[in-house]
Design a protein around this ligand. Structure first.
Ligand SMILES: [Zn+2]
Length: 70
């Protein structure tokens, strides 16, 4: 029983850590090369960075303005 609870607790901790890591990554500003690639349409749905770019542009005014400046 303790082993099952321990495994569950560890699994939950892992999920929470992954989630925190994702939020942290989304908040980090995009690099110029990433913005350029996105603007040129090189990131399609399914690209590993696509969701990150969309998520970040959704929360960061600075990067949206940078997108417009290119
Ligand atoms: Zn940003």
């Amino acid at each position: 029983m303790d082993i099952i609870l321990g495994t569950l607790a560890f699994g939950l901790l892992y999920v929470v850590l992954q989630y925190i890591q994702k939020i942290y990554k989304d908040r980090k500003c995009l690099e110029d090369k990433v913005l350029t690639a996105y603007r040129e349409g090189r990131y399609k749905e399914g690209h590993p960075d696509y969701e990150h770019v969309i998520a970040h542009l959704g929360i960061c005014k600075k990067c949206r303005e940078r997108m417009g400046d290119f």
